[in-house]
Write a new protein. Structure first.
Length: 230
């Protein structure tokens, strides 16, 4: 698939959600719905939601019309495992919040407080057709002295909407079970599994973290105001 073609069509879909009161029609599009393919059709969006899709669909009167020129139009793509919005420049450690070398933070490490809504990669991801993602801690990226198999917790983010991109917290727990996990356990993958089993055998219940609250959202907002804003 031509990347530039996907860019033009998918980006139009992603940005359409921002104009929630507007009716938009993408015409002359090669449509992939996820379950079927329409060689030439129209997608109509009203109030930020898809209202109609098909080969015989016509643009409503007064709608903003985008001619896709035969380029592909797909549903928004989802990146299920990424450091998007918590990592900026790979070679500049100060801009990256996807991991920690702190021995006191294991499963409790939570990337939600470092999500940067103004990340330079947000718009680029949208232009590539990605509209949602699961942002996770980077496994295997901790300090050499860290001997913990849990990398931490991840969040779901929505890239096309304005404001706080975090839509759900505590959605995944990341563990180092590959080569990095083996190194953390002393050099063996078997040792990694034994460490995990020992963790579950510790006395006391394993309590799930409470769902996201207004307090957590306020903390995230405060952290960003201090971290990312001038």
């Amino acid at each position: 698939m031509n990347p530039s073609a996907l860019f033009a069509a998918a980006a139009a879909l992603a940005f359409a959600g921002a104009a929630s009161a507007e009716t938009v029609a993408i015409t002359n599009a090669h449509i992939f719905t996820g379950g079927s393919e329409i060689a030439s059709g129209t997608v109509v969006m009203e109030n930020g939601r898809i209202a109609a899709v098909g080969a015989d669909v016509r643009a409503p009167a007064g709608a903003r019309v985008i001619d896709a020129g035969g380029k592909p139009v797909t549903p928004g793509l989802v990146d299920p495992d990424t450091t998007l919005l918590v990592e900026e420049v790979g070679g500049v450690r100060e801009t990256n919040d996807q991991s920690t070398g702190n021995e006191r933070l294991s499963a409790a490490f939570d990337v939600q407080y470092a999500v940067n809504p103004d990340s330079i990669w947000r718009e680029r991801a949208i232009m590539a057709g990605v509209t949602r993602a699961i942002t996770t801690p980077a496994s295997g990226a901790t300090s050499a002295s860290r001997r913990l198999i849990f990398a931490g917790q991840g969040v779901t983010v929505q890239l096309g909407a304005s404001g706080d991109p975090v839509t759900r917290t505590h959605v995944v727990m990341v563990l180092d079970l590959g080569e990095a996990g083996a190194a953390n356990a002393g050099g063996s993958r078997s040792a990694t599994i034994e460490m995990l089993k020992a963790r579950w055998r510790k006395p006391g219940p394993i309590r799930a973290t409470a769902p996201d609250t207004s307090t957590a959202r306020a903390v995230r907002s405060s952290c960003r105001a201090r971290t990312w804003k001038p």
